[in-house]
Design a protein around this ligand. Structure first.
Ligand code: 6PG
Length: 243
């Protein structure tokens, strides 16, 4: 075993991680009753079970669907029906059971290409937020869900890539991904992710031991630099924690 990031919770398996994340999401919504809620979704495979769980019999009635807006932390620049698309993944994982109003799913406009797509996504976020500048007292997102890449990336903030340095724009183009699939991406930037009431990493499976071990040794991996107005919590299963 190795030291895990501050704010870590070790859970038995991926199912327990998904359930804990679902409870966190419900709690975040309950903390702001009657208000509009903005949740930033992660892509990849780790959150699929969470999304299915939310739309399933146990959680369906507990999620305040009409007041939640769903955003994406990143996406691949491919058509929305492409197997690599996070839009497709999220749609399939939520399935037909999730009563999400069509105007509450804010896809990244990947059809515009990386540069114009990033600009248009940032514009859509600004319109939703209602201001051009992020007010530290009023976070953009209530909850940001994140995954950990095997190279330590988060959203599509890959090691050594220019998007890491973006200080002002809310979204950035990533013309070259640092890891497969090697398609261009559009990603939220650190300042946008940081404008959140809470951030939650979902980290499961043996393949995540290596980046977690490197994080524990203080390696400056992109995931280590995510901040939030509130807690950054790492939900890690035993396989990822090397236990
Ligand atoms: C993406 C992501 C990315 C992901 C990690 C972990 O679209 O690729 O949002 O940051 O969270 O790569 O991916 P897995 O969950 O598939 O391991």
């Amino acid at each position: 075993t190795f030291a895990l990031p501050e704010g870590s919770e070790i859970l038995p398996d991926a199912e327990a991680v998904a359930r804990r994340a679902a409870e966190c999401l419900i709690a975040v919504c309950a903390e702001a009753p009657n208000e509009r809620i903005a949740i930033c979704l992660s892509g990849g495979s780790s959150p699929k079970r969470l999304y299915a769980l939310l739309a399933g019999p146990e959680y369906l009635e507990r999620v305040p669907w009409p007041r939640i807006h769903w955003f994406f932390g990143d996406d691949r620049v491919v058509p929305w029906d492409d197997p690599l698309s996070n839009v497709r993944m999220v749609r399939e994982a939520f399935g037909h059971g999730a009563p999400i109003p069509a105007t509450h799913l804010h896809f990244i406009p990947s059809d515009l290409g990386p540069e114009a797509g990033a600009r248009a996504y940032a514009e859509a976020l600004r319109a939703f937020y209602g201001a051009d500048e992020l007010d530290p007292e009023r976070p953009l997102f209530d909850l940001v869900l994140l995954g950990l890449g095997e190279d330590g990336h988060v959203a599509s903030l890959f090691p050594g890539k220019p998007a890491l340095a973006e200080q002002t724009a809310w979204a950035a183009p990533v013309p070259e991904a640092g890891l497969a699939p090697f398609v261009p991406r559009i990603t939220l930037t650190y300042p946008a992710l940081a404008s959140s009431r809470r951030a939650l990493f979902l980290v499961t499976g043996e393949a995540k031991q290596d980046p977690l071990r490197r994080l524990s040794k203080g390696a400056p991996l992109p995931a280590a630099c995510v901040t939030s107005r509130g807690a950054v919590t790492w939900l890690i299963d035993r396989a990822a924690a090397g236990q």
